[in-house]
Write a protein that binds this ligand. Structure first.
Ligand SMILES: [Zn+2]
Length: 530
């Protein structure tokens, strides 16, 4: 290889430019339709193809067949342009010729017609480096140059240009050449050069080139020499002073396996590498895994790893003890796995909570709680044994369901007549519902009692509508009565329902639903909706 690749493969026509299709299309169109501006500004990152484009554009202007988007490449103008020795194409580097005198000299040049071509073209590279005075001197010529003058200004930093310059030029923004386009271009060159390579190796070179095709080609030159004609990820990484990709993988494997001993060993091996490069490689690897949707690297884990790695860069900046920082980073990443576990547990718990709690478990819990609650009752109105408790607990689910039915009943009554509903709700409480027998307790007195009695057929209909058509109803009067005979609604007897019972001896006047035990149970079960 006698010539460096960047020169050998410098594009000489628009179709050979890599990654700037929009710009080359626009310029081609301007050339073929002869709609030309007198000043162009090309801005973009270094190595994005600004200077190459400027040279091709200049050639297209001076070609004997031009202006044309496809210069003939055979005329004297084209040949001289390609060899970079055209007398009417003047290149100037504003980084080294930035003073007003340099610009004055340039302006002097513009006064003379081109020697052989139809245009005299000035290509000013790094134009943002000009001094303010130099810019001012250039301004007038830029605004109204002689018709045979064309300016092509190039810069990596258009923000540093005065607005007056920007407004007098047609601005083309060169985008960063993507990694995939770069890899494709490298592969194309290596195929022509008959050199073996793997795509992974080219990815590493392209990444190291940082979006600059020129830099990437220079690295490729080195890599070809270093790897003796066969580019593999390992030798390319080694040439670039990067960690072998296998080592990066090993680091991540050890982190995921929480193998601290192995990480300690690896850290010692990493001594010869720059820690910042190692961190960059770790980030690049993580990014690749994320884009691949590797299941081992969840969103959350990637976010945590990236945060740790980014923070590590700050640590390296303030602390020179590189290997210590690296070890710290690895261990922090291992710890981040624990946070993941905790997060998993929280998610699992939340899922569990959303599922129906298994009745067995809920009953055991409730039984325990009820036992406690029970022990707090000073004068237990019922003597409850453990067995009773168990029975009570196992039926508590049904109790809850029945209370719901009772609520529905009240709603239905309110729908039928608010008067009856209110009367019923204020004086009748649910006691139990077992084997089709509904037991209610009533504290209704006087007018309310009469009201309930008069509307008994409606109430009964609604009860059977709610609890089932076969429901037998038993109402226990809980208030002290003036007349025990009067206390039963006639309809109850007529319907041959379970006779009303005397209640005082068994009941402390409060409806069962108000009993602390039942209240507690209801509270507990209130969470356990169907
Ligand atoms: Zn030509």
């Amino acid at each position: 290889m006698s010539q460096v690749l960047a020169l050998k493969y410098r594009p000489t026509s628009f179709d050979k430019l890599v990654g700037q299709e929009t710009i080359t299309n626009t310029l081609s169109l301007a050339l073929s339709s002869n709609r030309l501006s007198h000043a162009y500004l090309f801005s973009g990152l270094r190595g994005s193809g600004k200077t190459s484009t400027a040279r091709i554009f200049a050639k297209a202007l001076v070609c004997d067949n031009g202006p044309t988007a496809t210069p003939c490449e055979t005329c004297e103008n084209c040949k001289m342009a390609n060899e970079n020795r055209h007398i009417d194409i003047i290149e100037m580097d504003a980084a080294s010729s930035r003073k007003i005198d340099d610009i004055r000299e340039l302006i002097e040049h513009t006064k003379y017609k081109p020697n052989i071509a139809r245009y005299k073209i000035f290509i000013i590279d790094e134009v943002h480096m000009l001094t303010r005075e130099a810019f001012n001197a250039l301004l007038k010529t830029l605004e109204e140059p002689p018709e045979y003058i064309k300016f092509i200004l190039a810069t990596t930093d258009p923000m540093k240009l005065p607005a007056t310059i920007l407004s007098r030029t047609q601005h083309f923004r060169f985008k960063q050449i993507s990694k995939s386009e770069t890899v494709k271009h490298l592969a194309h060159i290596l195929n022509l050069e008959n050199i073996n390579y793997t795509n992974d190796a080219l990815e590493i070179v392209a990444r190291a080139g940082n979006g600059s095709l020129r830099d990437t080609l220079t690295l490729l030159d080195q890599a070809i020499i270093f790897s003796k004609g066969s580019l593999t990820p390992s030798n390319v990484a080694s040439m670039l002073g990067l960690l072998d990709p296998m080592k990066i993988e090993e680091i991540y494997e050890s982190i995921l396996n929480e193998d601290r001993k192995k990480l300690l060993e690896i850290t010692k091996e990493l001594d010869e590498y720059e820690s910042e490069t190692v961190i960059d490689e770790l980030i690049a690897y993580l990014k690749d895994r994320y884009f691949e949707q590797d299941v081992r690297y969840s969103n959350m884990l990637c976010e945590r790893f990236l945060r740790i790695l980014s923070e590590a860069k700050n640590l390296l900046y303030i602390n020179a003890n590189d290997s210590f920082v690296l070890l710290l980073v690895f261990f922090k990443m291992v710890e981040a796995l624990n946070v993941k576990k905790i997060d998993d547990m929280i998610t699992a718990l939340e899922n569990e909570k959303n599922l129906h709690v298994s009745p067995k478990i809920s009953q055991i819990v409730q039984k325990e709680e009820m036992k406690q609650s029970f022990s707090k009752i000073e004068q237990p109105p019922l003597s409850v044994s453990d067995e009773d408790m168990e029975k009570e607990a196992s039926t508590s689910v049904f109790l809850n369901k029945n209370i719901e039915l009772f609520q529905k009943l009240i709603e239905k009554m309110n729908d039928r007549s608010v008067e009856i509903g209110e009367c019923f709700e204020s004086s009748v409480s649910f006691t139990s519902f077992e084997d089709g027998k509904l037991e209610l307790s009533s504290s209704a007195e006087g007018e309310n009692r009469l009201k309930l009695r008069h509307n008994w057929s409606t109430i009964k209909h609604l009860i059977q509508d709610t609890f089932g058509i076969e429901t037998k109803i038993n109402i226990i009067q809980t208030e002290p009565k003036e007349d025990k005979e009067e206390e039963k609604p006639q309809e109850v007897e007529k319907a041959e329902e379970v006779p009303l019972e005397k209640t005082e001896e068994q009941n402390n006047t409060a409806p069962l639903s108000k009993h602390p035990f039942v209240k507690k149970a209801m509270e507990l079960l209130g969470q356990d909706n169907e």
